[in-house]
Design a protein around this ligand. Structure first.
Ligand code: DC
Length: 429
């Protein structure tokens, strides 16, 4: 599990960017500002004076907020009713800023926020996520932009929703809200010292997203220090000897968990991928390899998952799933074993790839490996084709009845398609 905290003033694009990052990483996005907005909505609807702290505190007893997440998207229910866009008006923005300065309101929402992040990987945005709510978050970002850029974006957002506002009014209100949020005594909106500052006044949301994804990857890669060092020193030799060509590197997600599924031809498949892909890959490798001198140590350093092939190794599968959920890429060969000299399209596959993808709720990256024979086996030419990720939804159209066979076949047929492997016989299926 990992937690990403994004704090910063309103209009910096926190929620749009956080949604994009959540989607790319397959984790949920928690919009904490919406919780304060919902409290404000309750107070206004029920005629509570938000300048009267005692009145707000006693009204909180009747506020029932529940959250639901579908496909990573948050929905908020106030006393059982979906609040939808009713919390997005300028009136609620101002009221939310006021109620958020009241201690009883902050205490009231604290557990809700922490408990969501205790159960799953999240990206959470707000004002005090890195400082108060998740001080141990693995990644902290302070996202900001100039007041003018933020006011312009807010204006565009409101106009798109059909709300008629003037730029000058939005800018004035935004400055007032900034002042409230950053100077209040309780959990002011500040950049904590371990948060990375991103000013996106002059860059697009997509560029901001990619910056954050790279940052996430950098932090996650810390556990692969030795692997990265080996790749930098020995990797070139592997790539040179194998005369390796890699196509489609850009298809590899910048960050986030995924299952990588290559066809399996030779013992060099794993080193070829491990040394040439831009991200660190954890292979599911047979236990025997770990005992081979030197090679075993190298395999171990890449964070490979040991698989005991005498039965179905449930522990290894569980470990693969938890690593993916933790944001890593795990590789498994759908064919289960090496099928040297055979056309991959004619070989049998196992159901493991589909099962892991389902349980880890992750995208699958199909990879086709092709070799050209040479008189010296070691020097045969290698070519790797990385396909576009196959989304969880397309693998499991009905997640209530996951079909591991059909999903594994779909993954493998994509591998065959990108590798140009055409079936010639069916006996081996
Ligand atoms: O991010 P937003 O504009 O939806 O937030 C609405 C208000 O809630 C904002 O004025 C500040 C407050 N807020 C807060 O104090 N702490 C948070 N974690 C999130 C929002």
């Amino acid at each position: 599990m990992y937690r990403i905290a994004i704090d910063g003033p309103g209009g910096a694009g926190k929620s749009s960017v956080a949604k994009m990052v959540a989607k790319a990483c397959g984790i949920i996005y928690v919009d904490t500002g919406a919780l304060y907005r919902t409290v404000a909505l309750y107070m206004i609807k029920n005629g509570i004076d938000i300048d009267n702290e005692d009145a707000v505190r006693s009204a909180l007893e009747s506020v029932k907020i529940t959250l639901s997440f579908s496909d990573g998207v948050q929905k908020i229910f106030l006393c059982g009713e979906d609040v939808g866009d009713s919390i997005r008006t300028p009136e609620i923005s101002m009221a939310a800023s006021k109620v958020s300065a009241i201690r009883s309101v902050r205490d009231f929402l604290l557990d809700t926020q922490r408990s969501i992040a205790a159960e799953q990987s999240v990206i959470m945005d707000g004002r005090d996520i890195g400082s108060v709510i998740l001080p141990d978050a693995e990644i902290k970002i302070f996202l900001t932009a100039s007041p003018e850029a933020r006011a312009r974006r807010r204006c565009d957002e409101l106009h798109a929703k059909g709300i008629d506002v003037q730029y000058e009014t939005v800018l004035k209100e935004m400055n007032e809200r900034d002042r409230n949020d950053s100077t209040r005594a309780l959990s002011p909106c500040i950049r904590v010292k371990d948060a990375v500052l991103i000013d996106n006044s002059k860059i697009t949301l997509e560029e901001t997203r990619d910056k954050i994804l790279r940052l996430i990857r950098k932090r996650m890669d810390k556990k692969f220090k030795l692997y990265i060092a080996l790749k930098a020193t020995l990797g070139w030799a592997v790539r040179f000897i194998m005369r390796l060509k890699v196509h489609g590197k850009e298809n590899l997600p910048l960050a986030g968990g995924a299952l990588l599924c290559p066809n399996h031809i030779t013992l060099m498949d794993a080193p070829a991928l491990a040394s040439s892909l831009p991200r660190q890959i954890r292979f599911m490798a047979k236990a025997e390899i770990f005992n081979v001198p030197v090679i075993g140590a190298v395999v171990k350093s890449t964070g490979a998952i040991k698989v005991d092939r005498r039965g179905s190794d449930v522990g290894a599968i569980k470990s693969a799933i938890s690593k993916i959920k933790n944001g890593d890429i795990v590789a498994v060969f759908p064919q289960g074993t090496r099928r040297a000299g055979l056309n991959p399209a004619d070989t049998k596959i196992k159901n493991g790839a589909g099962m892991i993808a389902f349980r880890a709720h992750c995208p699958v990256i199909p990879v086709a490996i092709k070799t050209k024979n040479n008189r010296f086996r070691l020097f045969r030419k290698y070519e790797i084709f990385i396909g576009k990720p196959i989304g969880y939804d397309s693998l499991f159209p009905d997640p209530k009845v996951p079909d591991y066979r059909a999903s594994s076949e779909k993954i493998f047929s994509e591998i065959c398609r990108i590798g140009g492997f055409i079936p010639t016989k069916t006996e081996d299926k």
